[in-house]
Design a binder for this molecule. Sequence first.
Ligand code: V55
Ligand code: FE
Length: 490
Amino acid sequence: MTTFPQTRAFTGFNTPSRVEAEVQDLHVDGVIPAEIDGAFYRVQPEHQFPPLLGDDISFNGDGMISMFRIKGGKVDFRQRWAKTDKWKLENEAGRALFGAYRNPLTDEPGVQGKIRGTANTNAYIHGGRLYGLKEDSPALAMDPATLETDGYTDFGGKMKGETFTAHPKTDPQTGNMCGFGYASKGVLTRDMTYYEISPDGELLYDVWFETPYYCMMHDFGITKDYAVFSVMPMTSSRERLEAGKPHFGFDTSLPSYLAVMPRKPGTSAADIRWFRGGSCFTAHVMNAYQEGTQIHIDMPVAENNMMPFFPDINDKPFDPMAGRTFLTRWTVDMNQNGEEYRSERLSDMIGDFPRFDERRMGETYRYGWMVVIDPSQPVELKGGSAGGWVMNTLGMVDLGMGEEQKYWVGPTSSVQEPCFIPRSKDAPEGDGWIVMVCNRLETHSSELLIFEATRIAEGPIASVSIPVRLRFGLHGNWASAKDLAVLEAV
Ligand code: V55
Ligand code: FE
């Protein structure tokens, strides 16, 4: 008999679901535009078995990948485990063998040295392949039509680092997938790598460098000529792992940095410029771009830690107000000798999970969408987001006009990351739709909502009932059938 812990990560809306599924022609309220032809992929962390150590955090769950195949106004649904090496070992044993998040000291002896990845953070399409991604391990190659797992890839035998980010970017000019790794020489190492991968899945070049201190390097930005990394004081140490503390702790005594690296083969660590600022929290990146010699990177930034499950290293209590993230632009000038970045707030909405029209990747852009916490709206049901906040609103920024829009999903609901679908390959920026999973917290059910992308305030034009119980998800991406030929068969 299996008993999951009766704790926050395993009860309420996060009650284990663990269902692989295939359902044709989901129920739709409203009308899905007939031009939409492609698939929306997303991933949720989901423990295959009760955790080895009693309780656990959601970030340590196994990846469960969902695909919404949208075509001719209809939606088919498919869901499969990301069958990582960890998933297979545990599946065979019929129980958990790996312990705490990013702490191999807590694993059973029989699995020491095995790849601990869970592929639970992003479902990314590049070069006709689907990748299940977790930042502590290599990319897991999967079949984008069937969602079956092929296994970890080293991109043609060439990736020497141990990890690949959950937030790669595709350069619209070259078609290359730009990515990086941190803890590239193993757990807690300050070694980082930058990678570019061709549409054929071959690593083209890598750059090795070190960060000033070990930190959670969750996302980054690319511009035409640069890769841009923000270092924030979510750090760890051997002592933390030996003491069985959560892997990451937030150290407000450390500065933040912005690293700017030329994106070209032959770049070395010495070519990177490091800019500095005060302690703050950064993780996700909306976009980055160049303007003359200036480089901008737009990110949700908080004054202090926004992840309560990775506490302050001095056990200072979590401060939800200081953990609010606001879309912020950091700017540096490569023609000046300054050592600090400039910072400017772009929106007063409390927002994270930023997305934009990725055809503008690395370029100036106008529209952005985010998961927003609107504290002015009533919440009738607690239990939801990590910080105790309920992420109850889809937000949009129009940076061109300086305007914003919001759509509140109601007092007992919350939202997952939005994703932009262009109306066509050449449609103007922002012309298309937003897809987003909406959590109905009271009934433990979910819908896929579809919006006209620049008119979200009007509410969804279609709502798709999801017939299996989902949980809180992380990131997802859209692939059009034109770009992903295998979708024609499904
Ligand atoms: C994040 C998520 C992770 C992780 C590290 O949102 C950072 C940030 C779902 O796993 O392992
Ligand atoms: Fe993320």
